[in-house]
Design a protein around this ligand. Structure first.
Ligand SMILES: [Zn+2]
Length: 392
């Protein structure tokens, strides 16, 4: 079976390559905005008009290139990718999964996508990759793309860092079967409690950067207000060229620093999830987790909770595709009452007669029915495992 895999790597383009990247970012953004505007105007003129699909937009692209010859400077497949992405965004909007597509601004993260034609995307060695229109670019990554390269997405983040995501198609590599199975309870004090007693900790990566992040966030909001005031005065005094936010270098610096620290925290969090999920699929053939109640999770406004929830969803989605890749199985079960059932005798403990908050604090107890000593987290994970295996 062939599967698609994506590898994200940080690249370090030289100044000439950065100029060319900016050109392609600009062209791809221009095409996106032009096509989006065209779709909106078409609707306005004739509400019955049908949406122009990616194929139709590619036809219009030819005319756009005649009108704006500088579009030819862009990496050629990137403009068609912009059309395809816009068509996807509209499809998701029609299905109610997305908001209406918005116009792109050069102030935010930039990206474009290049198709691989005639081996124009090629990994040369551990630190160099050949990319269309750019030539050889230096990169750093723990993993190299394996298999046939399909396309590459180039991104510039708000923190001014360049990343590429290389999509490849390769033969599915299954991992050796271990005959082991495991249940996992998504915890409150740890990220995941396994039925064999292991607890994956919740690392508070944000703590390390809290002071610095707070410092730059404060500067950013103060400088933002000052810049806004200065701009308002420019307008009030009717100066010829009123300054824009881009002209305030100190504000821009603070904005970039905030983005940089947030990126660092996010990278570390993702790194933990990647390592932990790889360990799980290597060790176990069947992994049973509780089904997440996304609606209930969205209601929670506490920050710490929100972060754990985001990590949980990410953990489950990573585990899902890794199980598919490596021939392992992920089962999700309804988590209702899993913490109240005794793994030994199968009877419900009915919260031991405690009220809800007291019950949530109870970490260990003896089963009133059979007397087995139970650890809250391990017991729940074992019950989840049993439930999952019962569905097989
Ligand atoms: Zn019992």
């Amino acid at each position: 079976m062939m599967v698609l895999k994506a590898v994200k790597m940080r690249i370090y383009p030289n100044s000439e390559q950065r100029d060319r990247l900016m050109q392609t970012f600009g062209c791809a953004r221009f095409v996106w905005n032009q096509m989006l505007n065209m779709q909106i105007e078409r609707q306005k003129n004739n509400p019955e008009a049908k949406f122009v699909n990616a194929f139709g937009m590619n036809n219009l692209l030819k005319r756009l290139k005649e009108e704006y010859p500088w579009l030819k400077q862009a990496e050629s497949t990137s403009l068609q990718s912009a059309n395809r992405n816009l068509a996807d965004a509209f499809q998701r909007f029609f299905k109610g999964q997305n908001k209406f597509p918005h116009f792109k601004s050069r102030k935010y993260a930039q990206s474009y996508n290049s198709k691989c034609v005639n081996h124009n995307i090629k990994v040369i060695n551990n630190h160099h990759i050949k990319l269309p229109k750019l030539g050889v670019v230096y990169f750093r990554s723990g993993r190299l793309p394996q298999g046939k390269i399909k396309n590459v997405t180039v991104r510039l983040t708000v923190a001014n860092q360049y990343y590429i995501t290389v999509l490849t198609e390769c033969e599915n590599q299954t991992l050796a079967k271990t005959g082991k199975r495991v249940g996992g309870d998504l915890g409150l004090k740890s990220l995941l409690n396994l039925s064999d007693g292991y607890k994956e900790p919740i690392h508070h990566f944000e703590d390390k950067y809290r002071k610095k992040l707070h410092h730059w966030e404060k500067l950013r909001s103060r400088r933002y207000l000052l810049a806004k005031q200065a701009i308002a005065w420019d307008y009030h005094n009717k100066v010829l060229a009123p300054r824009q936010l881009d002209d305030f270098k100190n504000y821009q610096k603070a904005r970039v620093m905030v983005a940089k620290y947030r990126q660092k925290i996010a990278n570390q969090r993702l790194d933990q999830l990647q390592k932990f999920t790889t360990k799980l699929v290597k060790q176990y053939d069947i992994i049973v987790l509780e089904k997440l109640n996304i609606k209930g999770m969205l209601k929670n406004h506490k920050l710490a909770r929100a972060i754990t929830n985001a990590s949980w969803s990410k953990l489950v989605s990573i585990l899902q595709y890794k199980c598919d890749w490596y021939g392992k199985k992920l089962i999700q079960v309804n988590p209702a009452y899993t913490s109240q059932i005794c793994i030994n005798c199968g009877k419900s403990n009915h919260r031991l007669g405690l009220d809800k908050s007291e019950w949530l604090d109870a970490r260990e107890w003896d089963c009133p029915n059979c007397g087995t000593h139970l650890d809250r987290d391990i017991n729940a994970a074992q019950v989840i495992l049993k439930k999952g295996l019962a569905t097989q």
